[in-house]
Write a protein of this length. Structure first.
Length: 182
């Protein structure tokens, strides 16, 4: 599916992954795609959201407040500890032995690829459908925005509401901008 994504749309996904990791979230969810769109500083998706009053820093703060991070140690944390002679596995074993298994942080440091939630996957699939419906040669940031809006994700809806925006209004503005009647 990603072969039809434009450079800008691929960048949205890349930024979404970075945002999820930066917020200490285990997975990429629809709200991270919203941040990915706002992280572009150009493109139709960015312009529509920006014109509606959404800014990356403010949206990130809302998401951070609504969805706190997991508190897990990251791979970077483990590597930083190792660089000063502290073996994270040994520390976690001692912690479990001394205070019980509940005292050990859930999970392990995140390695490799970050998984996408069902909602984020759905948004990207709907982006493809929007591009096909609009007879576009590729999937651009505007299609990612349209797909995201069609998911009716409760977190994205709540974030938009905090800025006085609705999915219907943003969809209409996107279609107007790309020259299709809402």
């Amino acid at each position: 599916m990603f072969e039809r994504f434009t450079v800008a749309a691929r960048s949205v996904v890349t930024v979404a992954v970075e945002e999820a990791r930066g917020l200490d979230h285990d997975t990429v969810a629809p709200q991270h795609l919203l941040l990915g769109l706002l992280g572009q500083d150009s493109g139709t998706g960015f312009r529509i959201l920006h014109d509606a009053g959404l800014e990356a820093d403010r949206v990130r703060a809302v998401i951070r407040r609504r969805t706190p991070g997991t508190g897990q140690l990251s791979t970077a944390d483990a590597e930083a500890l190792k660089s000063v002679g502290i073996d994270l596995d040994t520390v976690l074993e001692h912690l479990a032995d001394s205070f019980g298994p509940d005292a050990v942080p859930r999970g392990r440091p995140r390695l490799g690829r970050t998984r996408f939630t069902a909602g984020a996957k759905k948004a990207l699939q709907l982006a493809l459908r929007e591009a096909v419906w609009l007879t576009s040669p590729g999937i651009g940031s505007e299609h990612v925005l349209l797909g995201l809006l069609r998911t009716a994700d409760s977190e994205v809806t709540a974030v938009l509401a905090e800025f006085g925006a609705t999915a219907d209004d943003l969809r209409a503005a996107t279609l107007r901008t790309i020259g299709r009647a809402a």
